[in-house]
Ligand binder design. Structure first.
Ligand code: GLC
Ligand code: GLC
Length: 811
């Protein structure tokens, strides 16, 4: 069952039924200022950091779901309704929510009144615009009362929901003209305030929640709206809100437009006050002025559209399959940019107060957006590398506002360092910018301990070499990519965290996943060493990589697939000998991508085993059989019921590793089959089961052993976005940037006749047309650039500013 449809021309998903199986959200904002907006008007806004600078309040895990947001109430006679359906939930005559590229539009109607709301954040602006238009489509004169509503958060979203003994007494506001200012803590320790304005005169306002809503009411039934008149309250403590009240009389056919703005202002320490206790409103007034009419707003919206044209224009395909095209051309790239902005901080599953930026997550996200925003990608790499230590280890997470490592979580996730080699090599391949390797980058954010970025990569590489276990395989530390396989830090204390409980000092557990990762990015490290003329180091590194390959072949092969790990006691994990958890996806993915034992048939065997044991209708599960018992020595993983999360769930992030592995042995049908199983646009028809948005990837789909296989959770902020984009564009469609040019080496389903891709690369544009007359999966018979035959798979670097016709014949 569907709840809407894709509008590819406008790059929108159009929701036609407000009662989606879960709130379906969108993100507004591209730089410093962001909002999350659900299809019924729920969500919140923050500046840079969803924990420390939360502008509006949101209650997670609320009953009913997604209650609280930026709401409008329309009172038309005795009927009260909301353009986004919620919070009032009056049945609407029509409803449509269009989630587009960094904007959301609601269009709805009731009793001859039509409302249209467009929400977005102009580029480079610290404010959200809500363009509201109300039209009388009836043949009678209509008297309408419009109420806006937001609830302020007292800045620190974590403290805001816990520290009530203080917070109920701190809230402060000011109201001047049609602008409501939120200034809690402004006089003491904050040089920032927020405001909510509208570009016209108002007939009243409210700023005290209890007065507006009524202590025993919900947002669906506020006293002030029911009474049809504002109380003009000024909040002192309790919960400050901002609500404008506007009366309008509309002739038949007449419409009114309003521009609301929710803005954030920082003022100079010496310039905070206009007069005693009155805040300096000049900066806010300038912001309001900037978009005080519909023309200015529309121009900013158009600018935003062009911004996305440019970002999305760098890679686009025409495959003949609209579901694939809309993933690659629109939604997957869009989601990659959202993960760039948010990492894992704020979604409807990430509360914005938990995780900041992850070392491994942010490095991996980069491979999904580096072609769109190379300069910002470079900056991101440096930010991440700055939280590393000299021995190559690193903080697992850092806070976006301070960019400092998060000491409470700490480090010792031994896969972390290697992802820096992935992001760096992909950045250089995309841009050709080797200067990054020479940039001085601090360790632990201490400038006095800065060394070249190359030294960071070296430290990453040797962190593995210097931390090998009894089988000469990498020590896992607290966990590798799989946060829940905690082989060295288990505890029986229910109050301990699985991941951060004290790492066993003599922890000997080893990871085959890190082994594969090390071989894959060790090879990349060697290439980089060669590029910068450091043959000695390349030679030295090669020895370590070769030793690792040997260790995997000797101690990491279970007969039909790669083992997953050795646990603290030296026992095998992910072996046929185990009763449960006999096979895991991560080591199959990474050792296949590393092509370890390919000649001996290991890769093919392992991938066959994945197909046999892990594949199911909805994707590839993480391990099989899922754990039904609790294994304390495995940490968190077996705490999940079978089929969920890291215990036999379809953890979408790692499915592309298998897709890429399949392309290594030329199996395009298998690779693409795995791709379509989890690509959201291919799941639109089963939305009622899948539950989350059909336009973005989610972290997890319940696996074959779950109670409800196919049900997905945790949409948006997942490495799934970047890895799937990387797998489909660079390995299945096979257009891959490299140091000296663009590699063309598709691995597609045999039945395809071909496809087209437009790819911007190092300043030139490549119009690539692949044809597949012999219906093969892999192999190129002929490659021509502007008619000229090229031997091999690489188009050498060509002149910037020009477009080239690339014709590829497979066979
Ligand atoms: C989550 C984490 C990621 C981890 C994965 C598997 O997606 O963000 O860092 O690798 O889970 O546990
Ligand atoms: C939990 C989740 C895992 C996530 C981690 C983040 O362990 O299961 O997916 O990566 O939390 O800390």
């Amino acid at each position: 069952m569907k709840y809407g449809h894709f509008d590819d021309k406008n790059r929108e998903y159009v929701i036609e039924n407000p009662k989606t199986p879960y709130p379906w959200i969108n993100y507004l904002g591209n730089e410093d200022f962001f909002s999350l907006t659900s299809n019924t008007g729920g969500g919140y806004t923050f500046y840079k950091d969803a924990k420390f600078r939360r502008l509006t309040r949101y209650r997670y895990n609320n009953v009913p779901v997604d209650d609280g947001g930026k709401y409008f109430y329309i009172k038309d006679g005795n009927t009260v309704w909301s353009p986004g359906w919620k919070p009032v939930k009056t049945a609407l005559d029509s409803y449509e929510c269009r989630h587009g590229m960094s904007y959301t539009k609601f269009k709805s109607s009731k009793n001859g009144i039509q409302s249209e709301i467009t929400q977005f954040i102009p580029l480079g602006f610290w404010g959200e615009i809500q363009k509201v238009s109300i039209k009388n489509t009836s043949s009678e004169i209509k008297k309408i009362k419009l109420f806006s509503f937001i609830e302020w958060c007292l800045w620190n979203a974590d403290d805001d929901m816990k520290n009530f003994q203080r917070n109920f007494s701190t809230g402060e506001v000011e109201v001047e003209d049609a602008v409501i200012y939120h200034k809690t803590e402004f006089k003491e320790r904050r040089n920032h305030y927020a405001f909510y304005s509208v570009n016209q005169e108002i007939n009243g306002f409210d700023t005290d929640r209890e007065s507006f809503v009524g202590l025993y009411n919900g947002f669906d039934n506020p006293d002030v709206v029911n009474d049809g008149k504002p109380k003009n309250t000024i909040a002192h403590g309790w919960s400050p809100i901002a609500s404008h009240y506007i009366e309008m009389e509309l002739q038949p056919g007449e419409s009114r437009d309003y521009v609301f703005m929710l803005g954030y202002v920082e003022v100079d320490e010496n310039d905070k006050w206009e007069s005693k206790s009155v805040i300096n409103k000049q900066p806010a007034k300038q912001m309001i002025e900037k978009y005080n009419n519909v023309e200015k707003v529309d121009a900013a919206l158009e600018e935003l559209r062009l911004y996305w044209d440019n970002l999305l224009g760098k890679i686009s395909i025409d495959s003949g399959d609209e579901k694939l095209d809309r993933m690659v051309n629109i939604w997957n790239q869009y989601q990659c940019m959202v993960t760039f902005n948010m990492s894992r901080s704020a979604s409807f599953f990430e509360s914005g107060i938990g995780r900041g930026m992850g070392f491994r997550d942010s490095n991996q996200d980069l491979i999904g957006f580096v072609h769109q925003i190379p300069e910002r990608a470079r900056e991101r790499i440096v930010d991440i590398a700055s939280t590393q230590f000299e021995d190559g280890s690193c903080y697992h997470q850092y806070q976006p506002l301070t960019k400092k490592g998060n000491a409470a979580i700490g480090g010792d996730f031994n896969d972390d360092p290697l992802w820096l080699i992935l992001s760096t090599s992909e950045y250089i391949k995309e841009t050709g910018d080797f200067t990054l390797l020479d940039e001085m980058v601090p360790f632990d954010n201490d400038e006095s301990r800065a060394k070249s970025h190359f030294e960071h990569l070296k430290a990453s590489f040797y962190h593995v070499v210097n931390n090998l276990g009894p089988h000469q395989l990498p020590l896992i530390g607290r966990a590798d990519w799989n946060d829940c396989l905690n082989l060295n830090c288990f505890s029986t204390n229910p109050n301990d965290s699985f991941q951060t409980t004290g790492n066993k000092k003599d922890g000997q557990a080893e990871s085959l996943m890190i082994a594969g990762l090390f071989v894959t990015y060790g090879k990349e490290y060697i290439k980089l060493c060669q590029r910068i003329g450091n043959e000695k180091e390349a030679h030295e590194a090669q020895i370590h990589v070769d030793q690792m390959i040997k260790a995997v072949k000797t101690h990491g092969w279970d007969g039909d697939w790669y083992l997953r790990a050795y646990d603290y006691y030296g026992n095998k994990v992910g072996s046929n000998e185990n009763e449960e958890g006999k096979i895991f996806i991560e080591s199959q993915g990474w050792c296949s991508m590393a092509e370890i034992g390919k000649e001996e048939g290991m890769v093919e065997n392992a991938l066959d085993a994945v197909k046999e044991h892990l594949d199911c209708e909805y994707g590839i599960v993480l391990n099989s059989p899922a754990f039904s018992k609790y294994y304390i020595e495995y940490g968190e993983i077996s705490t999940y019921p079978a089929g969920y999360k890291e215990n036999g769930g379809i953890f979408c992030h790692n499915n592309p590793w298998i897709m890429i592995g399949e392309t290594m042995i030329g199996r395009g049908d298998e690779a693409y089959d795995y791709y379509t199983k989890i690509a959201p646009s291919f799941l639109e028809d089963i939305s009622e089961l899948h539950k989350v948005e059909p336009y973005v990837y989610c972290q997890m789909i319940a696996g074959k052993e779950a109670i409800k296989p196919g049900e997905a959770k945790n949409s948006w902020l997942s490495g799934t976005a970047s890895w799937n984009f990387y797998a489909i564009t660079q390995y299945i469609l096979g257009v891959k940037p490299d140091y000296d040019g663009l590699i063309i080496n598709p691995c597609i389903p045999k039945k395809w006749d071909g496809f087209k891709m437009k790819r911007a690369f190092r300043g030139a544009t490549y119009n690539i047309e692949v044809s597949n007359p012999d219906h093969v999966s892999k192999g190129i018979k002929e490659l021509r650039v502007n008619g000229k035959l090229i031997s091999g798979f690489i188009i050498p670097l060509l002149e910037k500013g020009k477009a080239y016709d690339v014709k590829v014949i497979m066979g």
